[in-house]
Design a protein around this ligand. Structure first.
Ligand code: ATP
Length: 315
């Protein structure tokens, strides 16, 4: 065996290969494979029930894979959870602090388990929790519990931060604060794996985005890579039912026209040009229509996501 084959890859924080997890007849994660290099912020996107939390639980060592393998910081999270736990900071969807403990005590308890913790007073202030240090966790608001949970994940200066929907339900000011903390963690060399349902959050924070659905990987790339390669488009809103056959007759053959929902128009194709824009506005003027929210450019992450995962709402 060569020395490199025996040595865990020090540059890889997470290595998931063929991961499968089942709940009875439900296959929640279905042969998922991906890697996360150290120092990156990687976001897992997917509709409700896509398998994101189930995947994270396996990485955190809370459950064993039914098939496939998982390595986190070179360790097996299920069999070597004792060695892994001090190296990772985990923020659970449901919080994680004891309800009768006071916020400050709950954080100090976690800090005492760490060899080199951050200053808890500073961390509580930064997260806007300075006023509630002495308040029992059960009396905190949902957003405060979430911030406390993030503080608990960060306080031990982990090598890897795993955040399940860290900003769900937070108001915009707090959300910006959490984004700043995630960026600071990355600057300090931490690896961050998070889930979110907010595509703008994913786009702003991530070096890479993984889109999963039905437990399978659908796309993996930087935000720019995910939207690249798609044909340019021109979209606008106007009264429903414009004559698209007439409009299509005025445009180059490789530009397709559609009204995906009433009053929303989308033109797609490599032939989109300033001339096409002029033709569309002249067509609107002839029809006595003022186009609204006209936009030209590449597809947004939103569109890429909906195209991959479908636009139907999941139960
Ligand atoms: P969300 O965005 O809603 O948090 P998710 O992507 O995190 O969803 P998971 O929570 O991993 O999805 O769920 C994946 C699938 O496994 C779903 O079909 C879900 O109903 C099912 N599932 C999750 N946990 C359990 C459980 N404890 N018992 C049975 N089925 C479960």
């Amino acid at each position: 065996m060569t020395p490199t084959a025996a040595t865990p890859d020090a540059a890889t924080a997470i290595d998931v290969s063929g991961l499968t997890r089942r709940y009875g007849a439900i296959t929640a994660v279905d042969g998922l494979s991906f890697t996360v290099p150290r120092g990156q912020v990687v976001t897992v996107l997917g509709p409700n029930g896509a398998g994101k939390t189930t995947t994270l639980e396996t990485l955190e060592g809370f459950a064993a894979p039914d098939a496939g393998s998982v390595r986190v910081l070179g360790l097996d999270p299920w069999r070597q959870s004792g060695a892994l736990r001090p190296k990772i900071g985990v923020m659970l969807q449901a919080g994680g602090a004891h309800l009768s403990a006071r916020a400050g005590e709950a954080l100090s308890l976690v800090a005492r388990c760490s060899a080199n913790p951050l200053d808890t007073g500073w961390l509580l202030e930064v997260l806007g929790l300075g006023e509630v240090v002495g308040v029992p966790v059960r009396r905190l608001s949902g957003g405060q519990v979430q911030r406390l949970s993030l503080a608990m994940a960060l306080v031990g200066r982990p090598e890897l931060l795993i955040l399940d929907e860290p900003t769900a339900g937070m108001d915009p000011q707090v959300r910006h604060l959490v984004w700043d903390l995630i960026r600071a963690a990355r600057r300090d060399g931490m690896t961050v794996l998070l889930t979110t349902h907010l595509l703008d959050e994913a786009e702003l924070l991530s070096d890479r985005i993984l889109i999963i659905d039905h437990g399978r990987l659908l796309a993996d790339g930087s935000p720019a890579e995910l939207v690249a390669g798609s044909a340019p488009e021109l979209t606008f809103a106007a009264r429903p039912g414009l004559d698209l056959i007439e409009l299509a007759g005025l445009l180059p053959a490789d530009v397709t026209t559609a009204e995906p929902s009433p009053g929303h128009y989308r033109l797609t194709g490599q032939g989109i040009s300033p001339d096409v824009l002029a033709t569309v506005t002249a067509f609107c003027a002839r029809n006595g229509v003022m186009p609204q929210r006209m936009h030209t450019g590449a597809r947004s992450l939103d569109e890429v996501y909906l195209q991959l995962t479908g636009s139907q709402v999941r139960s």
